[in-house]
Design a protein around this ligand. Structure first.
Ligand SMILES: NC(=O)c1ccc[n+]([C@@H]2O[C@H](COP(=O)([O-])OP(=O)(O)OC[C@H]3O[C@@H](n4cnc5c(N)ncnc54)[C@H](O)[C@@H]3O)[C@@H](O)[C@H]2O)c1
Length: 501
């Protein structure tokens, strides 16, 4: 997109490309093109609200099904317009999955995938899929207002017989007590008295190498406000999901399902953390223990690995959404003690890796040059939201260290814009005192003892928080004058690798 469209401002994508936000006249002209395409298509039109990590992948999966004309809507703000521009021109940011890139490129080229910033697009929809964010406002509140505004925008334009499906993860009670009245009110303003068709079908998409497949191949649960809504949701899901579908009895069950499954994952990670500390204190290699337990497939293979901590948008907030909705929207007095304690443990977990670094640095980090490898919250993705590396970075700097950050996926660290994220590993590691391997990116696979020693130049120290170095690497580094430790690597500690040889 060029700036020739009387732009009011610019939206910069995480890859540094700038997109001019189009004028209202240009946006309207584009929408007319979409309306004409929808009329010519003649089949089902799906409008996806929110083109973030979930919405972009859902657009790709819907377009690839060949059964729908898909229109993605996001806001004309500097922080979000680039998503409209990228997807609308057939590309996607931050996906290592070639299948998703191909689905989006082909969808746009075939005239089956469009994007816009205009809410009038909702009037085209047979199905509106809500994929907007709904997060916390500080640490104690849920930011419902922007979510409700998004629902109202759809309600203000949707056809009377359109089905609105909430995929956004919401506090229990949200669909019935927030979404339904908002839709009813907006529709009534336009003289529509009939109850809206409304369903919840939470997404399970997993960004990464199998991003597109995760939309199509994971089983899905859903529930409708009424039998007609539930049937509509099932038909819609069947049109692009190639996995078992399960209807739950009511909207609250579907809302709770998503929150419970994410809380289960978060609690499992918190649980393994105290065993990590125990294993380190008694000289046990927890990685190999966990691996041996996983052999018991069916009941034990979901046990988590040790690590730096938990990041991302979902596992860091969803347990809180559950508690908040239960109390505030549904009047429950049940306190999710274990679940919320796990959230707290996970939030502080990066301090354990920090402690490894502090010990290896001889108790003093002031003035030390440290390479922090990995900012994304997951291997091989560019998503840095709530990355555990952030707390580690802040603590290292607060202790006076000079921290270089490296990530092969991340060009700009949106949450810490003052941090310069180095792309070149050799430049990041040259001459540092210490290295922290924080994320298991495939780009770090080349880092063995020999490569590390070569890139750093002189013996220093390394904390391996992700089981990236083998026992032989640790032993060789230590013999060469390095101090080495690893999260969950009690046997390295017992072997004295944390001290100078
Ligand atoms: N990221 C994941 O892996 C994942 C997986 C499953 C479910 N979820 C859930 O899906 C939801 C979306 O997550 P995400 O990671 O895609 O969030 P995101 O922040 O990446 O994207 C949300 C998008 O919605 C847009 N938006 C907000 N208000 C809007 C409005 N009124 N109209 C149009 N667009 C609007 C935002 O600008 C943003 O681009 C969340 O509830 C999340 O918990 C996320």
């Amino acid at each position: 997109m060029t700036a020739s469209t009387a732009a009011t401002s610019v939206s910069v994508a995480p890859d540094g490309i700038e997109y001019a936000i189009p004028s209202a006249a240009k946006a309207r002209a584009d929408l007319e093109r979409i309306v004409a395409a929808a009329e010519a298509f003649g089949g089902s039109v799906v409008v996806v609200q929110g083109l973030g990590f979930v919405g972009a992948a859902v657009c790709g999966a819907l377009a690839a099904s060949g059964r729908h004309l898909v229109v993605g809507v996001d806001l004309p703000r500097p922080e979000s317009y680039w998503k409209v521009a990228k997807l609308g021109s057939g590309s996607v940011f931050g996906s290592p999955d070639p299948e998703l890139a191909a689905a989006i490129a082909e969808g746009v080229a075939a005239g089956r995938l469009f994007t816009t910033t205009l809410d009038e697009a909702y009037a085209l929809a047979d199905v509106i899929v809500v994929d907007v964010d709904l997060g916390l406002d500080g640490r104690a509140e849920v930011a419902l207002e922007p979510f409700e505004r998004a629902i109202r925008a759809a309600g203000a334009h949707m056809r009377d017989d359109a089905l609105l499906i909430v995929e956004t993860t919401v506090p229990p009670g949200t669909c019935r007590t927030i979404v339904l009245p908002a839709l009813e009110e907006e529709r009534r303003r336009r003289g529509i008295e009939s109850a809206p068709l409304l369903a919840n079908a939470y997404e399970r998409v997993m960004p990464g190498a199998h991003y597109l497949a995760s939309v199509r191949a994971y089983p899905r649960s859903y529930a409708g406000l009424d039998p007609v809504s539930a049937r509509g949701a099932r038909q819609f899901l069947e049109s692009f999901v190639d996995a078992p579908l399960r209807e739950l009895p009511d909207l609250e069950s579907a809302e709770l399902g998503k929150l419970l499954e994410n809380s289960y994952r978060a609690a499992n990670i918190a649980f393994i953390h105290e065993w990590t500390r125990l294993a380190e204190s008694i000289g046990v290699d927890l990685w190999s223990v966990v691996d041996s337990i996983r052999a018991r497939v069916g009941t034990h293979d979901n046990i988590r690995n040790p690590g730096v901590g938990v990041g991302g948008y979902c596992l860091t907030k969803d347990s809180f959404l559950a508690q908040w909705g239960a109390e505030r929207l549904l009047g429950s007095d049940v306190r999710l003690e274990t679940t919320l304690a796990a959230l707290e443990i996970n939030a502080l977990m990066p301090l354990h890796t920090f402690e490894h670094a502090r010990v290896l640095a001889g108790g003093e980090l002031r003035g030390r040059r440290i390479a922090l490898c990995g900012v994304a919250y997951l291997p091989d993705v560019a998503d840095t939201r709530n990355s555990p590396t952030e707390l580690l970075w802040r603590e290292l700097r607060a202790a006076g260290a000079e921290v270089r950050v490296h990530d092969p996926q991340v060009v700009r660290w949106a949450e810490q814009p003052e941090a310069i994220v180095e792309q070149d590993l050799a430049r990041a590691l040259a001459g540092v005192d210490g290295v922290v391997l924080a994320v298991r990116h495939s780009g770090y696979r080349e880092v063995d003892a020999e490569r590390l020693a070569e890139l750093v130049g002189a013996p220093g120290w390394v904390v391996d928080a992700q089981n990236m170095l083998g026992d032989e690497d640790a032993q060789r580094l230590h013999a060469a004058g390095w101090r080495v430790s690893g999260v969950g690597k009690g046997h390295w500690r017992a072997a004295g690798y944390g001290a100078s040889a």
